[in-house]
Write a protein that binds this ligand. Structure first.
Ligand SMILES: [Zn+2]
Length: 492
């Protein structure tokens, strides 16, 4: 069991590793905040006055926050200059005296250099400690009012040594010798729940962030034309680099490498991409195939896919990781792919695609109720084999659950698990067994009707265990209490 001190040692290690690569003077900012319409000279003919004045435009209240981000990556220097505008609507129903933003790059010393911060057009005070940036508001933000936050900053990306298990987490954000990954890279306002901001602390393993949905407009430039960029949305080329638009997403990510090759396939109005390194064409094709088939299958089972692109990227770290319209697949699984469906590459790809419904569309508190998305994503692997490779289903149960220990609880926080393996067992494997028993008890008709309805009603929201069970009970009168007693610590 790793102690909490290990975590800080990991952070310190990452700092030590990255500090030597940070130039003392950041390059000049090339990004510019979007011009407002009023500052653009009009070439239109003026409209003559009419007798009845036009009604004042009625403003449509914002459903969710709007992020406009201009970022320029110095690929060789591993530095990103960013100008970010957030329009945050207060949907909490309470009067807010402050805002809390998650600033994950600040986990690394000199990783986040703030140049300017303004709120409502005026320079703002703030405190920044670890991942927590608190901005006190001079005037409370009332329910359904919105506020504009402008932030200008430099990211000094951390480096992680390839193959060093102590820096696996660090490696997703930052760079390796052939990849830059921008994950959780911009400050974002965290969700409100029961009168408090939701920003749990990270643990040695698992995820810890909770995300509201937001709309993103991201403009991204790289100072090296050879660099290929993968992102959470389809790219549009502009004279200012690549522009991306993502509606109602949780976490906009980018991955860049001069070595990437890409395969793609159209599925209806969704483009599926598989980015990979040279010599990995065969496993990259499998990642594309599984992504396409999983997208089709899960759209049938859980309802419409929420975005217009789905991107898989060969990551320089162990295990897959999901983001908006995007997932990293472990480099190690490309190495061990043998051309059959009986592979980690196959089932982990199906797993990560399922997170687009459970994580991305229906979010949850990943630190305190991780079972809600991991259970469903793991069971989705079973559904993938059941539909496409039924002859390999027994193989999947055996290989996937090889160290499954049923003497545990499903409803545990990530940090309650003594090890990452114990976390997988209690959350992923126990979860899949629970859904298997539940399905057998209530029958396929009720089980799949529940999953479809659960996703539809909690799309764009943050679910809880209470939501899960209250919707489940609307779909069946069958008593399953003896099952929940064995899987859940809290009465369900
Ligand atoms: Zn997962």
């Amino acid at each position: 069991m790793k102690s909490k001190n290990t975590f800080f040692l990991i952070i310190i290690f990452a700092l030590t590793a990255c500090s030597s690569s940070v130039p003392s003077t950041p390059p000049p900012v090339t990004a510019k905040i979007e011009q407002t319409a009023s500052s653009v000279p009009s070439t239109e003919t003026p409209i003559p006055p009419t007798e009845t004045p036009l009604p004042a435009p009625t403003e449509v209240p914002l459903e969710r926050a709007q992020y406009t981000i201009y970022a320029s990556l110095d690929y060789a220097g591993k530095i990103v200059e960013v100008e970010e505008k957030i329009i945050y609507p207060n949907k909490s129903g309470e009067s807010l005296n402050d805002l809390l933003l998650a600033v994950e790059p600040n986990f690394w010393a000199n990783g986040f250099l703030l140049h300017e911060l303004s709120v409502g057009g005026a320079s703002a005070n703030y405190s920044l400690e670890g991942q927590r940036m608190t901005i006190p508001l001079n005037t409370p933000l009332e329910p359904n009012q919105k506020i504009e936050i402008n932030i200008k900053y430099t990211l000094n990306l951390p480096f992680a040594v390839q193959g060093d298990p102590t820096t696996q987490r660090a490696r997703i954000y930052g760079y390796t010798n052939r990849q830059v990954n921008l994950t959780n890279w911009y400050p974002f306002v965290v969700p409100r729940k029961n009168g408090a901001w939701q920003l749990p602390n990270p643990w040695h393993f698992g995820e810890h962030l909770v995300y509201d949905t937001a709309d993103y407009k991201v403009n991204f430039t790289v100072n090296d034309e050879a660099v290929v960029v993968a992102a959470s949305a389809n790219a549009e080329s502009t004279d200012q680099g690549q522009a991306y638009t993502l509606k109602s997403g949780r976490a906009f990510v980018l991955s860049a490498s001069p070595d990437y090759k890409v395969l793609s396939q159209q599925v209806g109005d969704v483009t599926v991409y598989s980015y990979y390194y040279p010599l990995f064409d065969t496993p990259a094709q499998e990642v594309l195939n599984v992504s396409v088939r999983a997208l089709q299958l899960f759209s049938q089972i859980y309802g419409e896919y929420p975005h217009k692109s789905l991107t898989a990227v060969q990551g320089d770290f162990n295990d897959g990781m999901e983001y908006s319209g995007f997932y990293f697949q472990s480099n190690g699984f490309y190495n061990t792919y043998d051309g059959t469906a009986q592979n980690y590459l196959t089932f982990v790809s199906a797993h990560e695609v399922a997170h687009q419904w459970f994580f991305e569309s229906v979010a949850n508190d990943q630190a305190n109720e991780p079972w809600l998305d991991e259970m469903t994503a793991t069971y989705s692997e079973r559904l993938y084999y059941e539909n496409y490779h039924p002859e390999s289903l027994d193989w999947w149960w055996q290989v996937r659950m090889f160290d499954y220990n049923p003497n545990t609880w499903l409803d545990m926080a990530v940090s309650e698990n003594p090890s990452e393996r114990a976390y997988w067992s209690s959350t992923y494997f126990h979860g899949a067994h629970f859904l298997e028993e539940l399905r057998a008890r209530i029958g396929d008709e009720a089980f799949f009707a529940f999953l479809l309805d659960y996703r539809a009603r909690l799309a764009d929201k943050i679910t809880t265990g209470d939501d899960f069970f209250s919707i489940l009970r609307e779909h069946t009168d069958v008593d399953f209490s003896d099952i929940t007693v064995r899987y859940f610590r809290e009465p369900r």
